[in-house]
Design a protein. Sequence first.
Length: 367
Amino acid sequence: MERVKALIKAFLLNLGLLVALSFATGSLSSLFLAGLDWIQYNGSYLYALPLVGLIFQSFSVPAYLIIPATWLSHLAGASVGREGTAVTMGRVLGEKISSSEIFAKAGMAAGFASVFGTPLAGAFFALEVGEVGKINFRHIPACLLAAFFANYVSLHVYGTKHLSYPAIFLPSFSASFCAKLALMGLFLALIAFLYKRSESIIISAFDKSPVQGPLKGILAGLILFGVLSIPVFHETIGLGSEFLVRPFGSATPNFALWKLLATNLSLGLGFKGGEATPLFLIGSHAASGFASWFSLPLGLSAAIGFVSLYGGLAKTPLAATFLGMELFGPSAWFIYFIITLIVLFGSGKKGIFSNQTWADYLPKPRY
């Protein structure tokens, strides 16, 4: 009887801690998004890039300051995202609450879910991201609870608003349609490979720069200022969420190229932020171009590019599938999953998270 009481007490304590973690993460996500909305409404200040670069090069940014660091990057106009900040914030909070891995995972799920309004995708992102192809099933209830509650807090306590996307419906299937979808998967895999390769080249080249110390940060800001001042890069400045819906109505593949280069430069030169929103933009705009070239449905193609490029580079196919279902409806769920797998394996072993490992049973790409 005493053992039962102890188990119930431990369960209630952990449940209370999980609820507190979810509430705190949902609250901080709402604050973070409100800051990004303010920056987007008031505009970015490119001339601040050298100063922000100087700050990041002079001081190591601790995890608990990732929110203001990301605000600074966006305020200066760097092409970075937001999910990395939210996930890091949730993980840090979870680690402060308990040394158990389950709280770190739950915090990551809460951060992803509340920043995008996608609780299922958030839960499975946290479950998948550590080791490709492996999920700890004991973590599922905690991640789901944290994701749904944090999202509820963000939506209904703080009134956070998320973008609405058009619902996606499938056309009739044919051999030609399936072949074109497979080709799109290879096209997105190539983009994913080039994205990682170009980012690695930029990081390596900048690390070898003869300019070191604080001056290196100023140089980073000047380089990015020069690039973003070029007219074709003007739409790539900042988060770019105002362009997330555009590829569902018109084909704009050129934007994908400029956004890819701007994001690679921003992150490779040391500015802080995530990669999800830039990859959503790159994938959806590139896929819209592919749709116009091969006579595929524009909306469906944009949705596939939106979730599959990010999911393939994050190596989280289930999260990408649920993301597509939550944003665009469930009709094309199996297409999101299959195309994400093509991108996952076709883009190479390394994704956007450097500390990821692969499950032993999975065949690993050789490159």
